[in-house]
Design a protein around this ligand. Structure first.
Ligand code: PLP
Length: 433
C-alpha cells in the first residue's frame, strides 16, 4: 500500500472520530456479507437502509389495530385520521415549504400524473413539455402518456435539453436560453432536483423562474434530492414537486411518496384552485365536512385537496421514524458531513484511480449531493466487470446503463472509512486486471 493511501486511511478514521453524526450508523440495519461482516453500502440513493426503530413503529400500528379496531382512527397514541398531520410538518421543513403545501400519498409516478392532470394544460401553441434528455424512464413515460391524453403527439410536444458534447452536465444557462427563445410553446417544464445518473444538483430557483418568465408552469421531480440536498421550494416559487421516500428518506421499498403544491394553487375552494382540473376522492375534501357523506366536493385547503384515499398507515409509519431522525440530526449537519465525505471520496478517486476512472458528477459541491457517478475509462465492459466484482464482494454501489457506477456515501449512516475501503478495493482489483 502506498504511503499516501495509508495516510488517507488515518485521515478517514480521524474524520469519523470527530463526526458528531457517527452514532447514527448504529441506528440502522447494515446488510451483512456471508462472513458476517457489514457490507459497504453505497446504494442509499436507490434504496435507503432500514432504521432499527422502523419495525417497532410498524408493529405499534398493528397493535393499535389489534386492540382498537376501527376506533384506532380516533384513539390511541397516534390516531390514524390525523396521520398526514404528523408527517407533513417535518416533511415540509425538509423541502422548505409550508405544511399545508405538502401531502404524503400514493407513489412518485402516480403523483406525477396527478400533478400533470392539474398543471399540464396545453392551449394552442403553448402545448409542449420540456424535460431533460436523460430523464428517468418513468417520468418520460408519464409525460408521453399525458401528452397523448390530450390528443397530442409526443413526437411534437415532448421537447428535451441534452448535455452538450461528451459532458453529462447541463448548464442552467442553456435552460434559460432555451426558454427565452422557445418559451411561448412550453406549457410545463419538468425538471429533476438532482439528476439520477450524473448526480448534478440543479439551481432550482433559476429553472422555476425562467419557466415562469416564459409563461410556463414548472414542476420538480425530487426523488434524488429530498433528504440529500438542502431545498427551499418556497423560494423557488415552483408550482408542484413530487418525490419518493425510499431513497434518501429510508422509508422502505415502494414507500408512500411526497407531493408539494404551491399554496397559490391550493388556497381554497373559492380561489384559483376552484378552476383547476383535479381528480377527486373523499380524502381531498374539507375535513369538517368529510364525514357528512353528502354529495358536493368541498376541497380541503392546500395540497390536501389532491389526496384521494385514506392513508395507508402501515406504510406511513416508517416515514414518521425517518422524519424524526432527520429532525434530530438536522439537515444542516447532514449536508455539512455530506459535502466533506463526498469531497474526501472524490479526492481519493483523483489521487488513486485517475488512470482508470473519471468522475462525471460536477466538482462544485453546490452542484451535487452526496452521489458521485464514476465512469471506468476502459469502456462499458471494464465498468461492468468492476461493478460485478464489487457487488460479489459485498461492496454495494449501483450500475446505470450504459456505463455509470453510482456511489452514494450517505451522511446518515456511511463513514469516511467506508469511502477509503471502497477506493482501496477498486484500486486492488484494477491492479490485477
Ligand atoms: C426513483 C425514481 C422514480 C421511481 O418512481 P416510482 O413511481 O417510485 O417507482 C421515478 N423518477 C425518478 C427521477 C426517480 O429517481
Amino acid at each position: 500500500m502506498s504511503k499516501n493511501l495509508e495516510k488517507a486511511r488515518e485521515e478517514a478514521r480521524e474524520l469519523d472520530r470527530r463526526d458528531a453524526l457517527a452514532g447514527y450508523h448504529e441506528q440502522f440495519w447494515i446488510p451483512k456479507k456471508p462472513d458476517g461482516s457489514e457490507q459497504l453500502y453505497f446504494c442509499g440513493n436507490s434504496l435507503g437502509l432500514q432504521p432499527r426503530a422502523t419495525k417497532a413503529a410498524v408493529l405499534d400500528e398493528l397493535t393499535a389495530w389489534q386492540e382498537l379496531g376501527v376506533e384506532g382512527h380516533f384513539k390511541g397514541q397516534r390516531p390514524w385520521l390525523d396521520y398526514n398531520e404528523l408527517l407533513r410538518g417535518p416533511m415540509s421543513e425538509l423541502i422548505g415549504a409550508k405544511p399545508q403545501e405538502v401531502v404524503i400519498m400514493n407513489t412518485l409516478t402516480v403523483n406525477l400524473h396527478l400533478m400533470m392532470i392539474s398543471f399540464y394544460q396545453p392551449r394552442g401553441k403553448r402545448c409542449k413539455i420540456l424535460i431533460e434528455h436523460q430523464s428517468f424512464p418513468s417520468d418520460r413515460y408519464a409525460v408521453e402518456s399525458q401528452i397523448r391524453m390530450h390528443g397530442l403527439d409526443p413526437e411534437e410536444c415532448l421537447v428535451e435539453i441534452a448535455p452538450s458534447g461528451n459532458s453529462r452536465i447541463i448548464d442552467e444557462t442553456v435552460i434559460e436560453e432555451y426558454l427565452a427563445e422557445y418559451g411561448e410553446h412550453i406549457a410545463l417544464v419538468l425538471w429533476p432536483g438532482v439528476q439520477y445518473a450524473s448526480g448534478q444538483f440543479f439551481d432550482l430557483e433559476r429553472i422555476a423562474k425562467s419557466a415562469h418568465k416564459a409563461g410556463a408552469l414548472c414542476g420538480f421531480d425530487l426523488a434524488h434530492a429530498v433528504g440529500n440536498v438542502p431545498l427551499n421550494l418556497g423560494i423557488t416559487g415552483v408550482d408542484f414537486a413530487v418525490w419518493c421516500t425510499y431513497k434518501y428518506m429510508n422509508s422502505g421499498m415502494g414507500a408512500v411518496a411526497g407531493c408539494f403544491v404551491n399554496e397559490r394553487h391550493g388556497e381554497s375552494a373559492h380561489g384559483e384552485a376552484a378552476n383547476l382540473k383535479r381528480l377527486h376522492g373523499w380524502w381531498g375534501t374539507d375535513p369538517e365536512s368529510r364525514f357528512l357523506m353528502e354529495p358536493g366536493f368541498i376541497p380541503a385547503q392546500g395540497a390536501e385537496a389532491w389526496v384521494m384515499s385514506n392513508p395507508p398507515i402501515l406504510a406511513m409509519a416508517p416515514i414518521r421514524v425517518s422524519l424524526e431522525m432527520f429532525q434530530q440530526a438536522g439537515m444542516t449537519a447532514l449536508r455539512n458531513k455530506s459535502i466533506a465525505m463526498t469531497a474526501y471520496l472524490e479526492q481519493l478517486v483523483h489521487s488513486e484511480l485517475s488512470d482508470s476512472i473519471e468522475i462525471i458528477t460536477p466538482a462544485d459541491p453546490k452542484r451535487r449531493g452526496c452521489q458521485l457517478s464514476l465512469r471506468v475509462l476502459g469502456g462499458r465492459g471494464a465498468g461492468r466487470t468492476l461493478f460485478e466484482h464489487l457487488e460479489n464482494t459485498g461492496t454495494i454501489p449501483d450500475w446505470r446503463e450504459p456505463d455509470v457506477i453510482r456511489v452514494a456515501p450517505v451522511p446518515m449512516y456511511n463513514r469516511f472509512e467506508d469511502c477509503w475501503l471502497f477506493v482501496k478495493q477498486v484500486k486492488s482489483f484494477l491492479a490485477q486486471t
